[in-house]
Design a protein around this ligand. Structure first.
Ligand SMILES: [Fe+2]
Ligand SMILES: [Fe+2]
Length: 220
């Protein structure tokens, strides 16, 4: 059975992610390379384990987390579909049909405007991906350049980002620490309201409420 370790060692997967990193950097986007995919894979597995998914499902969450953005090097638009199809091209018959379908669907669903889910793997991926806001995602090194772009400003101002699952309370909470000397919290909502709505829909599918805490204030 193919594991996350095998996927991480696959030369084509690694090159697609690295090429994505270069392509996103050229577009001045935040990091979509190995930093982001590694964080999303770890986070997806942590969430999956905490909500009690089976060990193989936890592994699949790690795999989709690692591969979800690798289609960006072909095109930012529709990158989620390209990534799903690329995954199939690389591993075609190395997964049983049901797992392959679930992986491809989860990858494709992570960025679709209409959020509807049929598997926990897809919902976990959305929570892990959309919650990755952090200073370390900012590719620009010059502070004056960072200040010019709202995505860079908000990510740079986010010095801590943790997602917590409370199984008994049926609540998944994203806690952020935002340096308000650098950007007002309002800017976070300007660009991330839709993402938080996606997280809420994903959490609801898993049977959880979604909570948001910024600088110790509970906003959701
Ligand atoms: Fe994406
Ligand atoms: Fe992503």
């Amino acid at each position: 059975m193919i594991t996350l370790k095998d996927v991480k060692a696959n030369e084509q997967i690694l090159e697609f992610i690295n090429q994505t990193d270069r392509a996103m950097d050229a577009l001045s986007y935040t990091n979509h390379g190995l930093r982001h995919t590694g964080v999303v894979a770890d986070r997806a597995m942590k969430i999956a384990k905490s909500i009690g998914l089976l060990p193989r499902e936890v592994e699949l969450c790690g795999i989709v987390g690692f591969c979800h953005d690798m289609g960006n090097f072909m095109s930012r638009t529709n990158h989620h579909y390209f990534a799903g199809l690329l995954f199939h091209q690389i591993f075609h018959d190395q997964f049983e049909a049901k797992e392959m379908a679930q992986i491809m669907q989860a990858i494709a669903e992570h960025d679709k405007p209409e959020m509807s889910f049929t598997t926990a793997i897809a919902a976990v991926l959305v929570l892990a991906d959309k919650s990755d806001v952090d200073r370390s995602r900012v590719s620009q090194r010059n502070i004056e350049d960072i200040k010019k772009d709202i995505h860079d400003r908000v990510n740079y101002a986010t010095t801590e980002s943790n997602i917590k699952v409370e199984k008994e309370k049926k609540r998944i909470t994203l806690a952020l620490k935002i340096d308000t000397n650098f950007t007002p919290v309002m800017e976070y909502f300007e660009i991330f309201t839709e993402r938080m709505a996606f997280c809420r829909t994903a959490a609801k599918f898993l049977g959880y409420d979604f909570g948001l805490i910024i600088n110790k204030f509970r906003l959701l």
